[in-house]
Design a protein around this ligand. Structure first.
Ligand SMILES: *Cc1c(COP(=O)(O)O)cnc(C)c1O
Length: 385
């Protein structure tokens, strides 16, 4: 058994990031400015996105996208129950009604057939979540959305860098929201990015900064003008140059960080492939997975103990794990407001009960990976039926 506790997902910050942050702190400009602009440009180029707007979180990006899309009271927005609270909270924030639907059994992504059943004449948008970094079946979603005139917003918090049919997630004209939270594939401690159509992003930029017609960098820079107009009551969602300093270097390193994630996944896959008690994450042929999470499922009836005990045993063996996610319909706010019962979404519920996320990050050494594998196989052996 390993000597020290292996944390689930520590950040990997290098000297370049640290030096860039210090350079910003020693400069005359620490909030949204030249480095944020450069980060937006580099990010859009990387994904071949039509444009990018840097914000202070993915939650802010999702909220801004819904407001920019004109979603509000009386509207319905369809999304998955198997996601983080932010994807659904933002629907409540704009006063619309979240309509939760179930997931596909293999990818655990929103089920396009369930979306179709949930559409009413009040439906205005669909928020899809690329769960764990495996892209959603976007062709089906876009076809349905086009037929019904719905806005598609992608929660791409897990999906950097993922590809669907050869194109990066975030390269489309519909809005996609990325997260740079501390545990995500690219981190700025806190931060987010909205990609999409340039005209949409121009409006989103105003909405995300007080509704002001001109941001501070444009006003205070040489040749800037002090005058601005407030065109609507916007939010305060801008990214700072301190955050962008981290993002600029994290983006340069993204491909190599990703290569390490892929290696870890390959090792897990080979080690668990022939273990009958375990169900491995799905990978469809038309996608490139971002491998933000490695979600293992315990097969029903294969172990004498359930998922909770499994996690406890791994923790006793010094392996940190997590669960993604407690389905939204089980949380008190949503359960009470909409009268949900656990089995209303049977796929999400049954998979939730048997899932756990293993450590998956570029800081893992070969020894760490072996420790995780040995601990998982040891716990399976102990409790095999
Ligand atoms: C992390 C996460 C978010 C929120 O990201 P923030 O940048 O923390 O706002 C949204 N959706 C999903 C699926 C996430 O995992």
């Amino acid at each position: 058994m390993r000597e020290s506790y292996l944390p689930f997902s520590p950040p990997l910050i290098g000297e370049q990031e640290i030096n860039e942050v210090v350079d910003t702190l020693r400069s005359d400009w620490i909030t949204t400015g030249p480095k944020t602009k450069r980060f937006e440009n580099d990010f859009a180029v990387y994904l071949q996105a039509p444009g990018a707007l840097a914000l202070n979180s993915c939650t802010a990006a999702l909220h801004t996208a819904l407001v920019t899309g004109g979603i509000g009271p009386g509207d319905e927005v369809i999304t998955t129950t198997l996601t983080f609270a932010a994807s659904v909270n933002v629907i409540e924030h704009v006063g619309a009604r979240p309509v939760l639907v179930d997931v596909e059994p293999d990818t655990l992504n929103i089920d396009p057939r369930k979306i179709e059943e949930a559409v009413t004449d009040r439906t205005r948008a669909i928020i899809v979540v690329h769960f764990a970094g495996h892209p959603v079946d976007l062709d089906s979603v876009h076809e349905l959305a086009a037929a019904k005139g719905l806005l598609v917003v992608e929660d791409a918090a897990h999906a950097l860098p993922a590809k669907y049919k050869g194109h990066y997630i975030g390269s489309g004209i519909n809005p996609a929201a990325f997260s740079f939270y501390a545990t995500k594939n690219l981190t700025t401690a806190e931060g987010g990015m909205l990609t999409g159509d340039a005209e949409f992003l121009e409006q989103a930029r105003v909405i995300s900064l007080h509704g002001m017609s001109r941001d501070a960098w444009k006003r205070y820079g040489k040749g800037g003008n002090w005058y601005y107009e407030v065109t609507l009551p916007g939010f305060k969602y801008n990214m700072t140059d301190i955050q962008a300093s981290l993002g600029l270097w994290q983006l340069k390193k993204l491909s190599s960080l990703q290569a390490r994630r892929n290696k870890v996944v390959e090792a897990y896959h080979n080690a668990f492939l022939n273990e009958e008690a375990l169900e491995l994450p799905a990978l469809r042929p038309e996608v490139e997975h971002a491998w933000h999470l490695y979600v293992l499922r315990l097969k029903d009836g294969a172990c004498k103990v359930g998922r909770d005990r499994f996690i406890k045993e791994l923790s006793d063996l010094n392996i940190g794990t997590s669960v993604h996610f407690i389905p939204l319909h089980l949380h008190p706010y949503y359960r009470k407001k909409y009268g949900f019962r656990p089995k209303d979404f049977p796929q999400a519920y049954n998979n939730y009960r048997r899932m756990l996320s293993l450590p998956l990050n570029p800081r893992l050494s070969d020894r760490d990976v072996t420790d995780v594998i040995e601990a998982v196989l040891e716990v399976v052996k102990r409790f095999r039926q």
